[in-house]
Design a protein around this ligand. Structure first.
Ligand code: NAP
Length: 344
């Protein structure tokens, strides 16, 4: 039997994404096969497909062909030798990083995220990457406390909208930076909106909070936002940047700022956040945070903003929409099993 994936045949615009056919095989030892119900379409997918500027010209540059797709939700449909604790039919999530735009995914059985069967897989898949980044930057990096004042830079995106919802739940007083037509959505999510096209955020924030703010969470990773954000923090304030730097030169200058705030007398902290520690170090904090997020979703305390759902194999159109800059929240790919009722 054959199945389909969406493969980036070369680096470039969304039309490099082509549907390819593959032979369905039994999972290898220690792995399971997952029938994908939903896959996220995220900025790191776009960046990998278009040729991440950070890695361009280095040995880390992505080799083609490859299947993008950072996160999936699906049902286990076959089990390899030696796999215990997972059964056929279990609903699971995976932080794939690469490979999610596919009807089937093969994955290590010890890296599956349990997913309640009661939640919508399209909403659930936003928790695997975007909500995870938001939750961990707030609670593990910035260690926010109720009543604190926080500025979110990049508030209208997949991670930004998650930051606003989770920030509200943590009883933060929120400010959110985005662009013109998206500002009403920022207000509706309980934050004071700031338009980066028409307002200088530092001037705005100094007038609104003359004593400084407690936390800045930044998805832009640009020096002007980082320097401006740091200048707004009170003593004891924390800034976390999770975005992708434009190039190695910018990354180097940002790392110098991290060191200066770690060892210098500023009284403020500045950290960078990345999900790569899940693969490099202890996965336990991730497992705990996904469990907390799924509980919030199951009890209706978070409601992921989904701008549009596309059929799983229409990843090229979904990438083009995300890149258009018109999206508020998340873009998700869904299997036809969901529309036919087979995935619930
Ligand atoms: N560290 C990690 O582990 C990790 C994980 C996932 C993603 N990321 C990175 O995080 C970043 C954001 O991801 P995302 O999924 O939230 O992206 P997204 O959904 O595309 O949202 C991008 C956000 O950036 C805002 N923005 C664009 N240009 C801006 C500007 N000049 N000034 C201020 N804001 C601007 C957008 O605002 P408007 O749309 O209103 O213009 C929007 O709120 C990306 O760089 C991504 O690669 C990092």
């Amino acid at each position: 039997m054959k199945y389909k994936r969406v493969t980036a045949m070369q680096l470039g615009t969304p039309d490099v994404l082509q549907i390819t056919e593959h032979e369905l095989q039994a999972p290898e030892k220690g792995k399971v096969r997952i029938r994908v119900l939903a896959a996220s379409v995220s900025r790191p997918d776009v960046s990998a497909r278009s040729g991440n500027s950070l890695y361009r010209g280095t040995p880390l540059a992505k080799k083609t062909p490859f299947v993008p797709g950072y996160a999936i939700i699906g049902d286990v449909d076959a089990i390899g030798e030696g796999v215990t604790g997972v059964t056929v039919g279990d609903r699971v999530g995976v932080l794939t990083v690469i490979g999610g735009y596919s009807e089937y995914v093969y994955w290590r059985s010890d890296r599956l995220i349990p997913v309640p069967a009661t939640v919508d897989p399209a909403e659930a898949v936003t928790l695997i990457l975007n909500y995870l980044v938001a939750y961990q930057t707030l609670h593990r990096s910035a260690k926010v406390k109720p009543g604190e004042k926080a500025l979110i830079i990049g508030a209208s995106g997949g991670i930004g909208t998650a930051l606003l919802q989770l920030g509200k739940l943590a009883n933060l007083q929120l400010y959110g930076i985005a662009s013109g037509e998206k500002l009403p959505a920022i207000s509706n999510m309980g934050a004071v909106p700031i338009d980066y096209r028409t307002q200088d955020f530092v001037t705005f924030m100094r007038a609104a909070e003359p004593d400084g703010i407690d936390v800045v969470v930044d998805g832009m990773m640009r020096l002007n936002y980082i320097q401006g954000g740091l200048s707004l923090l009170r003593r004891g304030g924390r800034m976390v940047s999770y975005g992708e730097p434009a190039g190695l030169g910018t990354l180097f200058r940002i790392l110098l700022l991290v060191l200066r705030h770690k060892f210098g007398p500023s009284g403020k902290s500045f950290q960078l956040y990345g999900t790569s520690t899940y693969f490099l170090f202890d996965p336990k904090p991730y497992v705990e945070d996904w469990a907390a997020l799924f509980q919030l979703l199951e009890t209706g305390r978070i409601q992921p903003v989904i701008a549009q759902r596309f059929p799983l194999l229409e990843a090229a159109k979904a990438n083009a929409l995300l890149e258009s800059g018109s999206v508020i929240g998340n873009v998700v790919l869904v299997s036809d099993l969901l529309s036919s009722g087979g995935g619930s």
